[in-house]
Design a protein around this ligand. Structure first.
Ligand SMILES: NC(=O)c1ccc[n+]([C@@H]2O[C@H](COP(=O)([O-])OP(=O)(O)OC[C@H]3O[C@@H](n4cnc5c(N)ncnc54)[C@H](O)[C@@H]3O)[C@@H](O)[C@H]2O)c1
Length: 285
């Protein structure tokens, strides 16, 4: 069991959507919350909301694409609350575009913010948890990483999110000996500001910030693929997974069917091909 009450939790991307939902749910469970976001005004609004409800929170500016920015965030969080024992590496950005239509900066941004952002945060915050022999790390991936052949025009994003899943599941092997838990959360459709605000949080070095909505190709309807749940509904579900030390958290049980129908078919086809080849070559598996 991972305790939440009385602990210090840090949420990246805490100024909006899932991160905001997590920050509020953590405060409701009596954690002290560091709300970190590249858009400081958004983080400040969430921290203020928590304090107005009697909770404890501070807001910090951080760009998770930059190691130095994360190190500064850690120093500021430590100065306010001491060591962080619950990390929610949640910040991310999306894209719906063919890989060949994306600029180099588009691709670099999507990989950097989603995959490297999580990796940098883990590297920065884990040493304190290891020293204390307690803590839990949660990273927000996506069903687009778990089912990378599900949503089209999502290649770098799906790759980065699948990378987070691999990173977290492998990392859990080395964290267990330090009494540190890990959870990878794969949202399958949450009603957030991402589609409308995506370009606003593109860092300058990747050509941002832009005016707002993510570019979506004509005729592309993601809505047809899933239902979008409110963050207030899914945040307690994620915290339940953290509390119970679950390696993976999903939020749409109906997506089991898509997993079975698509991804497993691809994998089984590849195993069948390998078996065919082994048999045709007289190799014994
Ligand atoms: N909403 C969904 O359906 C869905 C599905 C799958 C995965 N996700 C993942 O959930 C996470 C949260 O997204 P959301 O849907 O709540 O969107 P959102 O736009 O509401 O929130 C994202 C937050 O991350 C912040 N952010 C972006 N880049 C940052 C950076 N470089 N450094 C620090 N903060 C940064 C933004 O300012 C914003 O506050 C993301 O990792 C996203 O990929 C969301």
């Amino acid at each position: 069991m991972t305790d939440i009450a009385g602990k210090t939790a840090l949420v990246t991307g805490g100024g909006s959507g899932i991160g905001r939902g997590l920050a509020l749910a953590l405060a409701a469970e009596r954690a002290s919350v560091v709300v970190a976001d590249i858009l400081l005004d958004k983080a400040q609004a969430v921290a203020e909301e928590i304090r107005s409800q009697g909770g404890s929170a501070i807001a910090l500016a951080c760009d998770v694409c930059e190691r130095d920015s994360i190190k500064q965030m850690k120093a500021d969080a430590n100065a306010a609350y001491g060591p962080v024992s619950l990390l929610f590496a949640n910040a991310g950005a999306t894209s719906f575009e063919r890989l060949t239509d994306m600029s180099e900066a588009d691709v670099d941004w999507i990989i950097q913010v989603n995959l490297m952002g999580v990796t940098y945060c883990l590297q920065t915050f884990l040493p304190d948890m290891i020293a204390a022999r307690e803590g839990h790390v949660m990273a927000t991936a996506s069903m687009a990483g778990m089912l990378p052949a599900w949503i089209p025009m999502h290649a770098p994003y799906s790759g980065a999110k699948m990378g987070i899943i691999g990173l977290m599941l492998n990392l859990s092997l080395e964290l267990a000996e330090h009494n540190i838990g890990s959870t990878v959360y794969c949202p399958g459709g949450v009603a957030t500001g991402m589609k409308d605000n995506n370009e606003r949080y593109r860092p300058q070095r990747f050509g941002g910030p832009g005016p707002g909505p993510v570019k979506v190709p004509e005729g592309f309807f993601m809505e047809a693929k899933t239902t979008f749940l409110p963050p207030e509904q899914i945040a307690p579900m994620v915290l339940r997974g953290v509390r119970n030390n679950r390696a993976i958290v999903f939020d749409h049980s109906d997506q089991r069917k898509i997993f079975q129908e698509t991804y497993l078919n691809l994998v089984m086809q590849a195993f069948d091909d390998a078996l065919d080849y082994e048999q045709s070559m007289g190799m014994t598996p």
